[in-house]
Design a protein around this ligand. Structure first.
Ligand code: MGD
Ligand code: MGD
Ligand code: MO
Length: 708
């Protein structure tokens, strides 16, 4: 019996990118475990991935190409050969291009796998070459990134490992124990050394429960809190004048702006007592090193971008950056010298590209956006929009269109894949190789292939080689091997990779970028912000050029500023929908609904697998405060209906003081079939964008709940 251990890396769209050891026996993966040597992920795998081999060998896997033989959405498919699948796709795309032009083809993808070769950009070169519609992929962190760029630039920020040196830690809209759990031991160590942990979240999450201070806040009002903190810090002379003078711009204007945002004003907006706001500001400003770890959820509201602008100003104001373990952590992805241009190939795009934002898929498919030519062919990979994107009802209608040719590459027959005309089988991470960045730590990882592909599954990189060949592409760059793509995907001459070879990464599975050690590193002790001024910009120099989406989220580099005026100073934009800003709507729909991440799902991944659904609960549950439940006569476990003018879905009630009154929580990731009436939370969500980066506002909504 041949038994080997293969070093790999978790493929998921998650900050942790764990180092994984797979035990392979006679060509079969029999177990996965965390790699104890990895300094950040330290040998533990989460509840989603610790039985990954069950995902790989699940009898629900799609292992062969399929063609639809029943009505759209009916899940009736028949096995076909790869040749037939590719010929069908090529013939259909060719005729769509001839009749409507290439823009009638829409690729739709995100980070189903996060590997550099099989992930975000794997299909971009082909779709750019064809001249298909460009997908603007602002699924996640886009408002936040735009705001971050405007304030402190594309810096990795505080090394997550430096948190052990922090004395005051704010987890701001971040449920670390569920969504970034390998960061927790560093926070715990800091706590043991005396740090105070503050969690700002409408929900008493498992992270909030372990905090020294949990501050519940009304969704979408965080900018009011951050601006009031700025107000207090300035008013009480807690500003680090030396740091501000040397390394920031726009202090006077910020001070003037913040003068209006009193703790009393912020209290009315956020629901946090004014005294608590003052206390938070004082403690944050006077307990160095102080650090903020910002989650994604703050951006999913009308003012999500300006919220991050305000939060990103806080560390500069108090000189937190001077200390190891002081400052802000958002996405250290900016540290990785990825050759996005080589991966995306924007040079192949025809001059004028039509762009569709990912959140408007339903409206694009129903024709509501008035696209000319209309979308006639949809190609989905690395994404599950039926589960994760707004306007579910429209999307369903669009996907039912008989004249729409839909192809989906997947592991499973997801809510999206069931509408496909052709389904293509994709490999899992154990069946493919890849090199991985991280957006939660500073280690470059390598995923060695552990086992041969199951059935006729192919990696995304192989899928696009096959599609390119079928479409008659001859440019050799489309036929590079995985090793060639890996070699070219990073700028190996960048100082952060100095002395590191691909062989090192392959052999060890991970390697820390050449950055100073976490114990010594204060990245902005002396300014050096990668902004236009080189300083922390309280007043943004680039805001005048307008809103923009950072290039990472575009299929090409054409994400220029759009000229729409953006206030260069941070400010509070209240939610579109809450009891204070939309009182008339609130008489009918008095509850704010948020749909954060589920502990046991990874977005919609694992929503169909037994171990994880057993942990998460088979059916969608919605968390209600006991007061809100009582006034509606709802008891724990009761079937309920959640609705607004856009739609409704059914769920079961969980009643708990863990959620503040007036807010209800539907953890995300549930599949439609697991919900008794089909629809899920996105049947209720709006298409509106946040103020910056065209981020979603799906947590900026009012609903009503009743017994079902
Ligand atoms: N277990 C698990 N882990 C994941 C994922 C998953 O699906 N499951 N998904 C991965 C992905 S793609 C991402 S982007 C990250 C996201 O990671 P996080 O940003 O940590 O995840 P969320 O659960 O979306 O939001 C975090 C917290 O913000 C709170 N929140 C919601 N609205 C507001 C608000 O307006 N203000 C404040 N202060 N708090 C608010 C929510 O209650 C939640 O507890 O997680 C990654 N990790
Ligand atoms: N209500 C609500 N909506 C949300 C969110 C939320 O918290 N609440 N979060 C938002 C955020 S932060 C994000 S990032 C997006 C996520 O949106 P999506 O990326 O669309 O969501 P996933 O569920 O991760 O879907 C990825 C799909 O890719 C498939 N896949 C995995 N590996 C491979 C592969 O190698 N090849 C191919 N072809 N397919 C593969 C998986 O099986 C899975 O079905 O959702 C957003 N939408
Ligand atoms: Mo995300």
């Amino acid at each position: 019996m041949a038994r080997t251990t293969v070093i790999g890396a978790c493929p998921h769209d998650c900050p942790d990118t764990c180092s994984i050891l797979t035990t392979v026996e006679d060509g079969k993966a029999i177990a996965v475990r965390g790699n104890p040597d990895h300094p950040f992920t330290r040998g533990r795998l989460c509840v989603k991935v610790n039985n990954y081999e069950e995902r790989v060998y699940s009898d629900k896997r799609v292992l062969y190409p399929l063609k639809r033989v029943g009505p759209k959405g009916s899940r009736q498919f028949q096995r076909i050969s790869w040749d037939e699948a590719l010929e069908t796709i090529a013939a259909r795309w060719t005729s769509v291009i001839a009749e409507h032009g290439a823009q009638a083809i829409l690729p739709y993808s995100y980070l189903g796998t996060q590997g550099i070769i099989n992930g975000l950009n794997v299909g971009d070169p082909l779709f750019n070459k064809l001249g298909a519609t460009v997908l603007e992929r602002t699924f996640c962190d886009s408002a936040s990134c735009t705001a971050y760029m405007m304030t402190i630039g594309h810096t990795p920020g505080v090394d997550p490992e430096s948190f052990v040196h922090s004395k005051y830690i704010i987890l701001w809209a971040c449920n670390t124990l569920s969504t970034n759990s390998h960061h927790w031991p560093f926070i715990e160590q800091a706590k043991k050394a005396g740090a105070k942990l503050v969690v700002i979240d409408p929900v008493r999450t498992r992270t909030a429960r372990l905090a020294d201070w949990h501050i519940p806040i009304r969704p979408g009002t965080d900018a009011a809190l951050a601006l009031a903190m700025i107000h207090v810090i300035i008013k009480e002379n807690l500003v680090d004048r030396d740091y501000v003078d040397k390394y920031t711009v726009g202090y006077d204007e910020l001070a003037e702006r913040a003068s209006a945002y009193t703790p009393e004003f912020a209290s009315q907006e956020t629901g946090i007592p004014a005294g608590d706001i003052i206390k938070l500001a004082r403690e944050f400003a006077t307990t160095p090193p102080a650090v903020v770890r910002i989650g994604v959820a703050v951006e999913r509201h009308a003012g999500g971008g300006q919220t991050v602008r305000a939060i990103a100003c806080l560390p500069g104001l108090i000189g937190a950056w001077k200390h190891v373990g002081g400052g802000l952590l958002q996405l250290p992805i900016w540290a990785f010298p990825v050759r996005w241009d080589v991966l995306m190939r924007p040079d192949l795009q025809p001059e004028k590209m039509r762009v569709l934002n990912s959140w408007r898929l339903g409206a694009a498919l129903t024709g509501e956006l008035g696209f000319d030519p209309p979308i006639k062919a949809l190609f989905v990979y690395n994404a599950n929009p039926m589960a994760m994107v707004t306007e579910q009802g429209k999307l369903e209608k669009g996907l039912e269109r008989e004249d729409l040719f839909t192809v989906v590459s997947e592991h499973f027959l997801t809510d999206t894949a069931r509408y496909a005309d052709i389904v293509l089988p994709a490999t899992t991470q154990l069946e493919q190789k890849d090199i991985m960045f991280s957006w939660g730590h500073l280690y470059l990882s390598y995923n060695n292939q552990a086992i041969a592909p199951l059935g006729e599954a192919v990696s995304n990189s192989e899928l696009f080689r096959r599609l390119a060949r079928a479409m008659g592409v001859t440019d050799p760059s489309f036929f590079r091997s995985d090793d060639e793509i890996i070699e070219g995907s990073l700028d190996w001459s960048n100082p952060v990779l100095q002395g590191i070879t691909l062989d090192d990464v392959k052999a060890k599975g991970y390697v820390r970028l050449n950055m100073p050690a976490p114990a010594d590193w204060a990245p902005h002790r002396e300014g050096n912000f990668p902004t236009a001024s080189g300083k922390c910009e309280f007043k943004s120099t680039i805001a005048g050029g307008g809103n923009f989406v950072v290039p990472l989220f575009r299929q090409g580099y054409n994400g220029d500023q759009d000229g729409t005026p953006v206030d260069p100073l941070p400010h509070y934009i209240p939610p579109n929908e809450n009891a204070r800003t939309a009182p008339a709507l609130a008489t009918r729909y008095p509850l704010s609904l948020i749909s954060p991440k589920s502990h046991a799902f990874l977005n919609s991944n694992y929503g169909n697998l037994p171990a994880q659904t057993a942990q998460a609960g088979e059916e969608q549950a919605v968390l209600l405060n006991p007061d809100d439940a009582a006034t509606r006569g709802i008891v724990a476990g009761a079937p309920i209906r959640v609705f607004n003018d856009r739609g409704s879905f059914e769920a079961f009630a969980t009643v708990s003081p863990d959620i503040m009154p007036g807010v209800v929580v539907a953890p995300s990731g549930y599949w439609q079939r697991s919900n008794r009436r089909g629809a899920t939370v996105h049947a209720l969500t709006p298409p509106a964008f946040a103020d910056l980066g065209r981020a979603p506002t799906f947590s900026d909504i009012l609903v009503q709940v009743s017994g079902a």
